[in-house]
Write a protein that binds this ligand. Sequence first.
Ligand SMILES: O=C(O)CCC(=O)C(=O)O
Ligand SMILES: [Fe+2]
Length: 317
Amino acid sequence: MTEFTEIPVLSLGARSDAELASAFREAYGTTGFGYISEHGVPQTLIDAMFDAARQFHAMPMDKKMAVAVNKTHRGYIPINTSTDVNSTLADVTKPNQSASFMMMREDATEDPAVYLSGPNQWPDLDGFRPVLEAYAQAMTRLGRRLMRIALLAAEVRDHSIMDAFDTPTIWLRLLHYPPQPERSPDDLYGSAPHTDFGCLTLLAQDQVGGLQVRTPAGHWVDAPYKAGTLVVNVGDMLHRMSNGRLLSTPHRVINRSGRERHSIPFFFDPHVNTQIAPLPGTGEAQFAPIRFADFLRAELEAAYEVHQQERDEVNST
Ligand SMILES: O=C(O)CCC(=O)C(=O)O
Ligand SMILES: [Fe+2]
């Protein structure tokens, strides 16, 4: 694999699909990460999201715990309750030093045939829901566009997999990282080293910094704030669909800035009942097919058990 020293920038403005696909292949076939500029999401909407995130995290704990994360993975995850129990990338024993609010697709009801389906939990905070819904809609549009470019980049012949994104699995996550002490233990992370589960992650971050991306040789490259861009990375499912051509690269967050950090990842994934396998055109299959829901269940349920114990502790104090 090719070593890299910085994260490439890709502009979506005024370029043909073929040019975009070739730039995408170059970036995501070597680093798995890129800064996307001219992405079309209005800066005013991104700013409104950070305002909503700051207001949410500033609420009293009891108001946040009123929407504590549920079995369908929607709601508030307090700090010290999210340990990456499945991390094979680092020996992680300490919980992530972050809290977050999770919004997913808004379904009218829970459908037993659709893992993680259901309505969202909304906090008692004026104006919060409409901003998150507008942002999720804008990011879904951008996610579909980037997925089409990714399929071209991976030389996929038949794009019918795009149907799996008509009713996508989405997560909009409002993350808050308190400052970590400068001399905190080496294995204390805002977000422990991990790869993302799904297809594409589209991240807006504030100016504080702390996100780092691992190179093939095991070095950590900073992914600082760059005005006008979103940090976009490929996850495990797109890695499999592309038969390994597009990389799902480990990353982590350590906030030693002395300041609070906010970031807002949007995870854009196929419907949970999608069969994930290397797509036609990508060569001899290097991965066995799996259903996205089965993969997710295994990853999330182990983490949920840990959360439940710790939520009980928060509630009893
Ligand atoms: O906060 C960040 O910059 C990255 C968060 C992240 O990697 C994740 O939530 O998967
Ligand atoms: Fe991530």
